[in-house]
Structure formats: C-alpha cells, structure tokens
Design a protein around this ligand. Structure first.
Ligand SMILES: [Zn+2]
Ligand SMILES: [Zn+2]
Length: 213
C-alpha cells in the first residue's frame, strides 16, 4: 500500500520493475504512492492489461503536518497544505486518506491528531524502533483501520510489507475493505543500516541535482 517509483525524487524503480518485484514477492498487487506526483499513475493507465494483478493509484502528499497517503487518487493533491485540508481533498476525490509512518522521524509529531484519517499506516518497513508499535496501538485504541506498506524505494525494499484483505481482485474492492477496517497487516523492516546509508546517499545526490527536499 506504499511504493515509490522513479517519479519520486528518491525512487529507484520503474513501474515495470516494481510489478515484477511484487509478483516475485508473492503479492497480488501494490499501490503507487509517489511524493507529490501522479506521473506514475498516468504511466500505469497507459500500461497494457495486467490481468488480475492489482495496481492501486495513489500519492504520498507532503503536508504541513507530515506525509499523507491518498489511496485511490488519480489527481495531483497540492503539497504544503494542512493535513486536514489534504485529507478533505483526498476524500472529495474518492480516495482513502492514510496517515503515513505517523510516529517515525521523517514525519512530524502529532499528525494523527491533525485530521480525521480513514486509516493509519500501522506498519512501514522504513519506520524503526517503537514507531510501528505506536502507530498500531494508536489505531487499535481509536478503532481506525490499518494498512501496511514497505514504503519501498529500491528493489531490495519492495515487497517487505503487505496488507491482507479478503475480496475480489480489483482496486475498488481492496479500498472498500480498508475503509471498512477489514485488513490485516504484516511485514518486516528494511535493515536499518542500509536505510541510513541510502538516505544519506540520496540526500546528497538530490541536493547536488538541486532537487533536495
Ligand atoms: Zn513518507
Ligand atoms: Zn513513502
């Protein structure tokens, strides 16, 4: 439910590579969630039929209060807005608003309190220490549906986490299961040292290109 393509400034994989990686991980599909871009979604729409493999359109919006996933969204949601406005826009466009890695350092504290989210990302392979446990416990305590995602940016990260649902093989039904809270989340972390190394390297490269964020 959380994968980055080359259309993210810090993404390494093309859409086709991701499809292959997800299939070889034994998963049935994934959600495209590039940083403030729907270029990957446009590319997906041009892809020839993928059979019953599920690709959910989406975006990861950088808000004033942290990262918000818009699952089922095909249009660009502007970045830099307060979280509650972003969540409203996602819902207006028929999407599901998910608080991404709400307790990890790349987010901002208090995201979960800033808006009425449809779901909380209770497992993210790039969130460490207590971050995932806090997210899971917050969601359970407040009866908010949960999703999991690798937040994969490179081949060795994609497929590390997944959301299980029991429904038909299409994006609409999967999104409905999430909205109704009928999901199970599972996965493992990308090794922390590799994560730290990759973050530093990409940070330097994107700054050098003038695209540092
Ligand atoms: Zn993020
Ligand atoms: Zn992400």
């Amino acid at each position: 439910m959380h994968v980055h393509t080359i259309h993210s400034y810090d993404g390494y994989c093309t859409l086709k590579e991701i499809v292959k990686l997800i299939k070889s991980a034994g998963l049935d599909g994934f959600a495209i969630t590039d940083h403030d871009s729907i270029e990957g979604v446009k590319e997906m729409e041009g892809l020839s039929t993928t059979g019953d493999f599920i690709i959910i359109p989406g975006i990861e919006v950088t808000t004033k209060h942290g990262h918000v996933l818009g699952l089922g969204v095909r249009e660009l949601i502007p970045k830099g807005l307060p979280a509650d406005e972003t969540v409203e826009l996602i819902k207006e466009r028929g999407g599901i608003a998910v608080a991404a890695h709400p307790f990890w350092l790349t987010g901002k504290p208090g995201l979960v309190h800033k808006a009425k989210f449809d779901a909380i990302e209770s497992f993210n392979s790039r969130a460490y220490f207590l971050a995932n446990r806090l997210a899971y416990e917050y969601a359970k305590r407040n009866r908010i549906p949960v999703t999991a995602g690798s937040d994969g940016h490179a081949p060795d990260e994609i497929g590390l986490a997944w959301t299980s649902v029991n429904c038909g093989r299409n994006a609409e039904e999967v999104l409905e299961e999430i909205r109704s809270g009928r999901t199970k989340t599972s996965g493992r972390n990308f090794p922390f040292l590799s994560y730290a190394k990759r973050g530093i390297k990409k940070g330097i490269i994107s700054r050098w290109r003038g695209g540092g964020k």
